[in-house]
Ligand binder design. Sequence first.
Ligand SMILES: [Mn+2]
Length: 312
Amino acid sequence: MNKVNESIWTGRIDHTEDRASFRYHQVVELADIEQVSGGCAIIGFECEEGVRRNKGRLGAAEAPNALRGGLANLPWRFPETASLFDVGNIACVGEELESAQQQLGEAVTAILSKGTKPIILGGGHETLYGHYLGVRESIGKDATLGIINIDAHFDLRPYDEQPSSGTMFRQILESDPNAKYFVAGIQRYGNTQELFDRADLLSVTYVYEDEMIPGHLDELMAALDEFINQHDIVMLTLCTDVLNAAFAPGVSAPSPFGLDPSTVRAIIRKVAGHSKTRSFDICEVNPALDEGGRTVKLGAYFVNEAIAGLVN
Ligand SMILES: [Mn+2]
């Protein structure tokens, strides 16, 4: 685990003592995992090896620290008792994706064991697999786990040659009989017919991007409720390339169509606010390809929404 430099968490100071005036950078506590207790803990995953293997555009390994920078100045509007820790980053060394995912999993399990909810800043979407390993270890193999993904893509590619940022859900579903997969934001022409067939074969629940219209999300919310009700524990992952590229140009694989930010926010509010949800990850933000920092800023606002739901 690499500690982050305290200077990442700096920003405007309206008041040095009055908590009602505080922003994130005044509340966050840099800590070892052993020291955290309750609240939420930020952990970064500096990894783009999965994206490289999946032939995406590189840069997502820079996102954890960039997202911290975006969060630092946001107002902290949560109860006195709410705490936020930052335990640092795990970095993928060279092409050692699998061992980095294992490390992330161990850290997520350790954070959960403290009654603390992990907020994982990816990294390519391969971050999700480490997140999953940690949650599964924490809850035991018999608990039913519902994985909710906000994504344009299924990420159900074959992994017999090598896992990547496009294979995680197939890795999970083919080895874990008590895990189920719900994905919202699927692009009709962003996935091959083979992947749709695979999704059906693996009993994946999916909602198309073009059916998710702002102001008309009742059906989606009902479907999310139904899915959540069927599971003991729920985890949430956001692949930022689900957004329309006009809102999020700084991602590994931009979508000319794609979701409106308010739609993604509504899903995060719904799922992160549910008592069965204990963890969140955001992936595929790519600061190197961003325009004017707007994808990083949007990503930070999504992380804030997840923290708002999870921190109590
Ligand atoms: Mn993805």
